[in-house]
Design a protein around this ligand. Structure first.
Ligand code: NI
Length: 277
């Protein structure tokens, strides 16, 4: 396991941008805006998200341990019944350190066919590898056929994505709070970011609307649709959705403190950013 947080996030980021070329372009776009405020532009990461299967060897607690060891604490619990997912989020006592959202697929709720495919994948992982420094950005530890990928895709997009991409950040998230206003208009900062992205040709996830949540739930989120990248399956290569970029604007609770949790109804739609568009 890593002994310092910057090394872990640097490893996650390098792996993520290698299959998500849009991330660099989005950074350049956000940095290039000639702001009304003339504030210094900086891109702050609100959170990353990781995915796994709820099999003991690689379950959510195994991924979380990498962060617990670095001082993170478990906060919210989330359930996504239709997608058969359980999730938790983790925060570091230092609020400038990115939050972490980890979900796991409840494999036993899938068909026997899907359970068998996933069981074979997880069986190929060396149990020791789960504790390695680079495990959270180590990708797949197995061979999978495009036939099995497609079989999983029929039942669970999440399962199919995991079979192809394995262990890595599913997305990074720009903290919109830390961006200066892009224009003088009265639209929200997140809406301004969305407009900028669309004008530059990025495709946004429109499931549940371009903006999920809002001030009323203290968190507004949007995301791009995932980039495409080539995956080498045991029987050939396919270009499939890889990872995406999210944008989060957080609002204060009645207490005045900025909300640091997640909103299940919004996260449910964000998962669909890796659907084939
Ligand atoms: Ni997210």
């Amino acid at each position: 396991m890593h002994t310092n947080i910057p090394d872990l996030f640097n490893g996650l980021w390098q792996d993520y941008v290698a299959i998500t070329p849009s991330a660099h372009k989005i950074h350049a776009l956000l940095m290039s805006v000639d702001t009304i405020s003339k504030q210094k532009q900086e891109i702050v990461n609100d959170h990353i998200a990781l995915r796994t299967f709820d099999i003991e060897k690689v379950g959510l607690p195994k991924l979380a341990q990498h962060f617990i060891n670095l001082g993170y604490e478990q906060k919210g619990d989330y359930d996504f019944a239709a997608k058969k997912l359980t999730a938790q989020h983790f925060e570091h006592p230092d609020p400038t350190i990115p939050k972490v959202f980890i979900s796991e697929l409840r494999v036993k709720e899938l068909s026997d066919t899907a359970q068998n495919i996933i069981g074979k994948l997880v069986a190929q992982i060396d149990a020791e590898a789960v504790h390695a420094d680079n495990f959270l950005y180590s990708g797949t530890h197995w061979q999978v056929s495009s036939e099995d990928y497609k079989a999983l895709l029929k039942e669970s997009e999440y399962a199919a994505w995991m079979s192809a991409w394995g262990y890595r950040a599913n997305h990074f998230t720009v903290s919109v709070n830390h961006l200066p206003k892009i224009s003088e208009t009265s639209t929200s900062k997140l809406e301004q970011v969305n407009t900028l992205l669309k004008e530059a040709g990025f495709m946004l996830n429109t499931s549940g609307g371009e903006i999920k949540g809002g001030k009323d739930v203290c968190l507004a989120q949007s995301s791009t649709m995932a980039d495409s990248a080539n995956v080498t399956f045991s029987d050939g290569e396919l270009s499939i959705p890889s990872c995406f970029y999210e944008f989060a604007e957080r609002f204060p609770l009645p207490s005045g403190e900025i909300y640091t949790g997640f909103v299940a109804a919004s996260a449910d739609k964000i998962f669909e950013s890796t659907n084939a568009s």
